[in-house]
Ligand binder design. Structure first.
Ligand SMILES: O=c1ccn([C@@H]2O[C@H](COP(=O)(O)O)[C@@H](O)[C@H]2O)c(=O)[nH]1
Length: 278
């Protein structure tokens, strides 16, 4: 167990954002970043990279989002490094959002939920990203476990990549887009579960969604390396800024490996984002 999750998720998230700002810092150990930090593309290099990130971000950022894929690439060694990072970040006071993008039939979803949201799991995180491609209802076991333990889920709605629009923008039988149907289902579920469900909505383009009834958190990836800027956020997320969490991964990591440079970049971006969203 890596520390208790006391209280409702939305209360914990709001408290973290009010003391550390809304920037969600990503840990994405791309091979190219390892190389630019002078580290080998090996489990040892991954471990060093991750330790630096934990030291730089754990007591600086409200939310830290490790990209699970880069750890999985190293098999058992990668998972062990990720387990240590999740525990270290949480001990330092950051909320950990595991970017695992899990989604499956309900019975299997329960096992994914246990891996990322159960307090006794070695990967126990504060929140996890999940995918609604098998149907929003299939995500129920993850939402239930999150709600019971004061944790959160972030459901992919309109992703930041250009390819996402083909599926997410397609119409449903109900006359709204697939992405809007996800937003509406999340809104309905949050009425029961005090904003346990967050959304992922990319900052890279106009999303075309009606978010006016959605009161949960919105993770907005795409700032930095994918081309969006802090200055784009107010226009893209007008009317839904309250719990907007812009995510920046490579845009911050590229200034490493100096811990002080990484911390300074987090502080600079956080301030820029707070100013534009004030
Ligand atoms: O729509 C989405 C959903 C998730 N992501 C993830 O966020 C980071 C972005 O990294 P950058 O280096 O800041 O581009 C990465 O882990 C993605 O898997 C996303 O980009 N878009």
């Amino acid at each position: 167990m890596t520390g208790p999750a006391a209280g409702a998720w939305s209360t914990r998230l709001r408290a973290a954002v009010s003391s550390r700002g809304r920037l969600c810092v990503g840990i994405d150990p791309h091979p190219a970043l390892l190389e630019s930090w002078g580290l080998p593309a090996s489990a040892d290099g991954l471990a060093r990279f991750t330790d630096i990130c934990v030291e730089a971000f754990g007591d600086e950022a409200a939310v830290v989002k490790p990209q699970v894929a880069f750890f999985e690439a190293y098999g058992a060694a990668g998972y062990s490094i990720l387990e240590r990072a999740v525990a270290g970040l949480r001990e330092a006071g950051a909320l950990v959002l595991a970017d695992a993008k899990r989604g499956d039939i309900g019975s299997t979803m329960a096992a994914y939920a246990q891996a990322w949201l159960d307090p006794h799991s070695p990967l126990s995180s504060d929140a996890v990203t999940i995918s609604p491609y098998l149907g929003f209802g299939a995500l129920g076991p993850a939402v239930d476990l999150a709600a019971a333990g004061g944790r959160g889920v972030f459901v992919l709605a309109r992703t930041s990549n250009p390819e996402g629009g083909l599926f997410q923008g397609a119409g449903t039988g109900g006359g709204v887009s697939v992405a809007q149907a996800v937003v509406d289902a999340a809104t309905a579920r949050n009425a029961q579960d005090a904003d346990t469900v967050g959304l992922v909505v990319g900052a890279t383009r106009d999303h075309g969604l009606d978010l006016s009834n959605f009161s949960g958190p919105i993770l907005a990836p795409g700032v930095g390396a994918q081309g969006a800027t802090a200055a784009d956020l107010p226009q893209i997320f007008q009317g839904s800024r309250k719990l907007l969490l812009p995510n920046v991964s490579r845009g911050i990591l590229q200034v490493g490996p100096s811990v002080s440079a990484l911390r300074a970049e987090v502080a600079r971006l956080r301030e820029e984002i707070e100013v534009v969203l004030a």
